[in-house]
Design a protein around this ligand. Sequence first.
Ligand SMILES: Cc1cc2nc3c(=O)[nH]c(=O)nc-3n(C[C@H](O)[C@H](O)[C@H](O)COP(=O)(O)O)c2cc1C
Length: 188
Amino acid sequence: MKVLGIMGSPRIKGNTDLLLDEALKGAQSQGSEVEKIIVDRIKIAPCREYYSCLRDGNCAIRDDMDGIYPKLLEADGVIVASPMFFYGLTSQLKALIDRCQALWTRRYILKQESPDAARKGAFIAVGATKGQKLFDGSILTVKYFFQAIGVEYAAELLVRGVDKKGEIREHPTALSDAFELGRRLAQK
Ligand SMILES: Cc1cc2nc3c(=O)[nH]c(=O)nc-3n(C[C@H](O)[C@H](O)[C@H](O)COP(=O)(O)O)c2cc1C
């Protein structure tokens, strides 16, 4: 099984990154092959609504998304991880997701991609504040993203009240919860 981790924070070794690493270790513990994409370290332009994807399912923009599309389609499990930036996903991650309109088009307009119920996805998110609705908008975005690429939203780990770089290490359960999330995702 291949598990793809998409790291949405620009802060390397920050809270999101540490949580995703634990989740990927959990997946590895079940024998999965894992790969982590750090979206801040690659070039992904935002969607420009050229709509060439409506013709053939391919985006007109040539950048690092060329290499991401096949990874998204090949993975058996996908873990999306992001800090909350103004109650949403980071703009780097959102650009990657928006560019998946091409995959949505292949699936729902051009009917190219066959439904594959076996692919599972998980969402890991962290924010500094503790409001009840902190993750609501991002959960909807990630659910719709997973639907576009044919992945079931199977698990989530949402951690409130964590702000400074690496502060997640002081959280009583978050890192072990992340490991467990990855372990279970790789079992399904
Ligand atoms: C631009 C920006 C916007 C933020 N907006 C929010 C927010 O709306 N709600 C919140 O709880 N935390 C917010 N935060 C705090 C981060 O979510 C928090 O510091 C998180 O732990 C960062 O995770 P990281 O280390 O993985 O980058 C924001 C931080 C930045 C830099």
